[in-house]
Write a protein that binds this ligand. Structure first.
Ligand SMILES: Cc1cc2nc3c(=O)[nH]c(=O)nc-3n(C[C@H](O)[C@H](O)[C@H](O)COP(=O)(O)O)c2cc1C
Length: 160
């Protein structure tokens, strides 16, 4: 291998992504984590995926969860995104939430939220790939997406 982990991360950071928060039931209350590994997988059945670091102390909660909700973030969620990306910071207290039918709440004003039943967990190096079967969708057709690029937040030019 001609590169180290730092160079690999930096090169991956050249791919701009959206940002999502995934919520599930924790021991006492619902918990959340910021991710940018969200991707669509299948339309029929409706499947999506995201990847979770095995070192995350939220690993057991998410990989054992019966389901989770994935909220796609807007620029208004920048602070929430930073907060739920901090090591050990899982609490949703003080974050504006919306109830869902399946349980784990969605973030208020997210561009879309996918309520998922856990479909599969695949081992993948130092991460696991979590595949969710979407049971319900809510959309909020206003607001600009939060973008992550080269280790920092941004927004799409021309999108309000
Ligand atoms: C924009 C952004 C995207 C992230 N995407 C992921 C991801 O896809 N998967 C992941 O496991 N961690 C991701 N992280 C890191 C987690 O949010 C979190 O910092 C990490 O799990 C460490 O905290 P924990 O051990 O308390 O869970 C991301 C962080 C940021 C800021």
């Amino acid at each position: 291998m001609s590169f180290d982990t730092r160079s690999f991360r930096d090169a991956l950071g050249c791919f701009p992504t959206g940002v999502a928060v995934v919520t599930c039931a924790g021991t006492d209350a619902h918990i959340g984590i910021t991710v940018n590994s969200f991707a669509s997988v299948s339309l029929d059945p409706p499947l999506v995926l995201w990847c979770l670091d095995k070192k995350s102390d939220r690993f057991t909660a998410f990989t054992n969860a019966a389901g989770y909700t994935i909220s796609l973030l807007g620029t208004v969620h920048r602070d929430v995104s930073s907060r739920l990306a901090k090591r050990g910071e899982h609490s949703l207290e003080g974050i504006e939430l919306l109830d869902t039918e399946l349980g784990p709440p969605a973030l208020a004003d997210s561009l879309a939220a996918f309520e998922c039943k856990a479909h599969a967990v695949h081992d993948a190096g130092d991460h696991a790939i979590l595949i969710g079967q979407v049971q319900r969708i809510t959309r909020h057709d206003a607001g600009a997406p939060l973008v992550y690029f080269r280790g920092g937040y941004g927004a799409l030019a021309g999108v309000e």
